[in-house]
Design a protein around this ligand. Sequence first.
Ligand code: NAD
Length: 332
Amino acid sequence: MRVLVTGGAGYIGVLTVEELLLKGYKPVVFDSFYWGKEALQPYLDKIEIIEGDCRNSKDIIYALEGISAVIHLAGIVGEFACASNQKAHHTINVESTRTLVNCCTDPEFELVRDFIFASSCSVYGNVKGLYDEVTEETPTAPLSAYAYAKLKSEEIMFKRAEEIPHFHPTSLRLTTVFGWAPRPRLDLVTNLFAYNAWKNKKITIYGDGEQYRSLIHVRDIARALVETLATPRFIRSGKIFHLGEESNNKTVKEIAELVQLFLPDTEIEYIKDKPTDRRDYKINCYKLKNIVGWNAEYSVEDGIEELITKFENMGDIDWDSPNYRNSSFKYI
Ligand SMILES: NC(=O)c1ccc[n+]([C@@H]2O[C@H](COP(=O)([O-])OP(=O)(O)OC[C@H]3O[C@@H](n4cnc5c(N)ncnc54)[C@H](O)[C@@H]3O)[C@@H](O)[C@H]2O)c1
């Protein structure tokens, strides 16, 4: 089964490609390679690579030749990256989903039936005082253009599924990812705290740090994407699942304190009056576990330990480069 992975050279994408190979699929990476191809180096003799832009239907129509399923990961990730790249954000995060879905279901071409989308729990915004925990039935209240685009993409693919009976999309709403991957990202809260503690012996928290984040290791994400694809269609078609782990629901303060356990010389500084990310929620993730049978394997502590070991052993790398931070990258 040839599976097209859009964004297959990214943080989550490379490990998804690795997981697909492990499970016997034939991954085809479709990517514009904002971060280069280097992270795919170990797999080059086992995968196909197509350089293209998800916003371009010509690129996609050629790439979909002989493809059985799509895992759609390409995107600009996070509130800050989207806010500082508004046009690229809209064209990539909304319009490319529309283009991909249309190309998968265009009656002129062979139907691509299976479509797994990486959405985000950011769609719930801030539920403090409203709900103790968030299930897939909790009303959405996006606080950012990024979160709104994820909802819009879900709407596009589920609406198309109503029109095309054999098109089977599934949305996985990811919690915040952490952990090491061959294309590292250091702008995610756990990874950033681990890096700042290791490099500067200091973690800075804006606000009081009491807001909850739900966290999940990047390898667990990759496995969940592939296990969801392998789940019978009647179980997952047209459905939304949270992708996370309840025991990894932590406040920002708790994440910093966990890092401090591994690097005890770390100072934790609070800057109370600086505006901060307002998302605050504890995500219930039992639906995916109960229905698909997937379970997380990594704790936040595992991820922090692994990150610190990598920083220690990777040699002379400029970790402050925008290549490791989507939030400061200029997208076109
Ligand atoms: N990392 C997280 O915490 C998180 C949380 C929730 C959802 N997600 C979603 O998971 C997906 C992957 O995120 P990531 O962390 O791996 O990001 P990433 O930036 O590491 O990877 C994204 C990949 O998409 C590619 N890409 C971007 N625009 C493209 C385009 N127009 N055409 C083709 N390729 C394009 C990039 O080159 C990159 O390789 C995104 O859709 C993101 O919104 C991530």
